[in-house]
Design a protein around this ligand. Structure first.
Ligand code: BGC
Length: 758
């Protein structure tokens, strides 16, 4: 029986594989035939990407007008457009290319579909807190379906940059600090966007970005230089990009930063040696917005012509918005500085993608006003947004006050984010419409009994003016805010419990939104201080796109709920958690520091020669003015039930190099509610050629348990899980002792050991 199944599976897989090879060969033939017909100018046109000037995401070249961009499309000088959205708009732009240009080559339309298209899901960092790969994949599937109906073929996502610095605003766009979790999420997102076949009308091609190590920006300042050891580059930063290769992401985008002194755009080592040669990536590599032009301020190129040469030689196929290629490549070929063959290689990658997307068969198949009407922002998509928002919420503290009874007498709902319908949509909200999120206040009102009295006061402003919030620490408390705070205090005095909605605006995280302070901005700390004085239990709901350093909140609040920026259904999801309709199970994908001065702080650090231990003296790797431990560690998150870990066992205490062993642990729900727990497996290599991290996540499983129920959770370990990369990017397997740690966060763990044999 098993043999029959096995043989059938082999037959099915080989048939799919052979079919894919035949299709690839057919596409290659078509691409070559088309390439023969193209002039040099037409080829270069395919490598040029413009943004529509009506929805810019960066500085526009001054001499460009919309009109000559439209003329460029008609004359085949544009291969792709970004930020043209809707079935109507994309159809109109496509028509210009297909009906006017000599060869009628269709355009590819790209867009930043980051956490939903019109239905907005939690920001990616929040999604990562769900540790639920099926949910994350399904979110990308829905986003792709909505975007594809509006004519989009290509998303500039996933952003898979690892970041250990919460000052960096773009930490919100990624999966946090861990290469293993980040890689699983990268894979899920690519699979969700791209579906089973790129030629379906509801799939879009993914773009892994920003290659590479953009999240390592020094001091957390966006666009800043990155200086990394090769050890960290290979073991910490590169794995999620490699996961995108393994998941067959169709495209990559390079990044703005320098890496060890050389800009990532046009970086021969990063692109030619690793991406193209070692990883064998044959898809399209796109520049980031004007990142080719930025080779000039980086000091790598004297002018745009030189920048174009460096970028092309560094295998960047398409130029987003710098016009370096369209204005200079032809001349570089004519003077023999670059070979036409280099251009041909880039054009082949662009055309291959267009064939794979099915654009030559029907250039309009993605633009469907009918699908746009029926599939975008549908009831089902909203239900899914609610499900994902629930899964991403993390309970950080609970002095047994949560969940609240729906029959509670009165609640004071305060804080600048309580009635806010806009900020929960987050940054990079794509086509999410202003003020369309469900506010917390409205979620609470819907959840409670008719007898419960809800009093609301905003308390203080959440700074929205860009200038203001960039320098918020210099702002004095104005009269209105004092009055607002005393109003909030007054209603809090009358209530049984206070729910305080505080945090950041949507645009305090995201591109170019780095912060020096990562506490509560504006006068929210003052609001919290005054509320604390009343002595009523305070439940803090946080809205934020990055870890915040909030030790006072942790100390004074009765409960802390991390809601991130949870998208369209934000308020409903939070209310379900507050009133116990949903038992929270999210876990932090990133460390929360106590203080900004601890940054970078991350769980998988090296031990140092002088680790801090209990009762350590002064000469250890710590601080003299505070602890070096985090406020909330990586992997942490509470539940309304309790879980007990027991019986950690290994199938063998010795592991042969080409064998595997099983780790098993019993997980029991010892509380009174059903709940989900993410069981985390960490490994430490005790002695190696390199100093190895004190622990590294190597597996996780999200398990649902009824009260009293026990399940045995197992993980397989083989030499790959125990290996790492040396500074030459060789995967090495070193025999010796390994520690296995299993638990519900990166600190509270059961441990055992085994030996890897030669
Ligand atoms: C960002 C990219 C984004 C691009 C297009 C750039 O500024 O760095 O992540 O995809 O703009 O919007």
């Amino acid at each position: 029986m098993f043999k029959k199944f096995f043989l059938t599976a082999i037959f099915v897989f080989s048939t799919i594989f052979i079919q894919a090879k035949i299709i690839d060969a057919e596409i290659e033939k078509k691409v070559n035939t088309l390439l023969q017909k193209m002039t040099l100018e037409e080829k270069i046109g395919q490598l040029n990407q413009y943004s529509s000037t009506w929805e810019l995401t960066g500085p526009t070249p001054e001499d460009e007008t919309n009109q000559n961009r439209l003329d460029d499309i008609k004359s085949g000088r544009v291969g792709s457009m970004l930020n043209v959205v809707s079935a109507k708009e994309t159809r109109a732009a496509q028509k210009l290319a297909v009906e006017n240009s000599r060869l009628g080559i269709p355009l590819i339309f790209g867009l930043d579909v980051i956490h939903g298209f019109r239905t907005i899901f939690p920001v990616p960092l929040g999604q990562a807190a769900s540790w639920d790969m099926e949910v994350i994949k399904q979110g990308a599937r829905i986003a792709a379906t909505e975007a594809a109906a509006a004519g989009i073929h290509w998303t500039f996502a996933p952003m898979v940059d690892i970041s250990r610095d919460p000052r960096w605003g773009r930490i919100m766009e990624g999966a946090g600090e861990d290469p293993y979790l980040g890689s699983q999420i990268a894979k899920a997102l690519v699979q969700g966007y791209q579906g089973k076949s790129l030629s379906s009308d509801n799939t879009i091609v993914a773009c892994a970005k920003h290659y590479a190590a953009y999240g390592g920006a020094i001091a957390g300042r966006d666009y800043n230089s990155v200086d990394l050891s090769m050890y960290d580059l290979y073991n910490i930063y590169l794995p999620p990009y490699k996961a995108c290769i393994d998941a067959e992401a169709g495209t990559f985008m390079n990044s703005f930063n320098t890496l060890n002194g050389i800009p990532a755009t046009g970086n021969q080592f990063l692109v030619n040696n690793i991406l193209r040669d070692k990883w064998q990536f044959s898809g399209l590599l796109l520049s980031d917005w004007n990142s080719i032009g930025e080779l000039i301020p980086h000091g790598l190129a004297k002018n745009l012509k030189e920048a174009a040469r460096i970028a092309l030689q560094g295998s960047t196929d398409m130029d987003m918005e710098s016009s370096a290629y369209i204005n200079h490549l032809a001349e570089l070929v004519k003077t023999g500085t670059i070979q036409e063959e280099q251009i041909d290689n880039a054009v082949k990658r662009v055309l291959t993608l267009k064939y794979k997307l099915g654009l030559f068969d029907d250039p309009y198949k993605y633009c469907s006003t009918e699908r746009e009407r029926s599939q975008i922002y549908s009831h089902e998509n909203q239900s899914f947004a609610l499900e994902m928002a629930r899964e991403s919420i993390v309970l950080l503290k609970n002095n047994n006050i949560l969940p609240l009874s729906k029959e509670i007498g009165s609640i004071a709902v305060v804080g600048p984010l309580a009635a806010d319908k806009d900020n929960p949509l987050g940054s990079w909200r794509c086509q999410g419409e202003e003020n369309t999120a469900v506010s917390l206040l409205s979620g609470i009102r819907k959840a409670v009994s008719s007898k419960t009295k809800i009093h609301y006061a905003k308390g203080c402003d959440l700074l929205t003016d860009e200038q203001e919030y960039q320098f918020h620490n210099q702002i004095s408390i104005n009269k209105d805010n004092y009055q607002g705070i005393s109003k909030a205090v007054k209603i809090a005095e009358k209530a049984d419990v206070v729910i305080a909605a505080v945090g950041e605006t949507a645009l305090m995280s995201g591109e170019a939104r780095s912060r020096m302070n990562i506490d509560l901005p504006g006068v929210q700390n003052k609001l919290m201080e005054e509320l604390t004085k009343i002595g009523k239990p305070i439940i803090v709901v946080l809205f934020n796109g990055r870890p915040l350093a909030i030790p006072e909140i942790d100390k004074n609040a009765a409960a802390v709920v991390e809601s991130w920026l949870a998208g369209s259904q934000s308020g409903n999801a939070i209310a379900e958690v507050l009133f116990g309709d949903h038992n929270p199970g999210g876990k932090l994908p990133v460390t929360f520091p106590r203080h900004v001065g601890q940054i970078p702080i991350y769980y998988n650090h090296l031990n140092t020669g002088r680790p801090v231990m209990e009762n350590s003296d002064i000469f250890v790797s710590g601080y003299t003015d505070g602890p070096s431990t985090p406020l909330y560690p990586f992997g942490y998150g509470l539940s309304y039930t309790t879980f007990e870990y027991s019986n950690l066992k290994l199938s063998n205490k010795k592991l042969g190099m080409d064998k595997s062993l099983t780790v098993s642990v019993d997980l029991t729900n010892t509380g009174e509610r059903k709940g989900k727990e993410t069981v985390q497996l960490y490994i430490r290599d005790m002695v190696g050629t390199y100093s190895r991290p004190i622990k590294e996540l190597k597996g996780f499983k999200k398990v649902a348990l009824k009260p009293g129920q026990t399940k045995t959770v197992q993980f397989e370990i083989n030499k790959d899980k125990l290996s790492y990369y040396n500074a030459q990017y060789e995967q090495i397997y070193e025999p010796g002792e390994f520690e296995i740690m299993v638990g519900g966060n990166s600190v509270d763990l059961l441990t055992t050991k085994f030996e890897l044999l030669e």
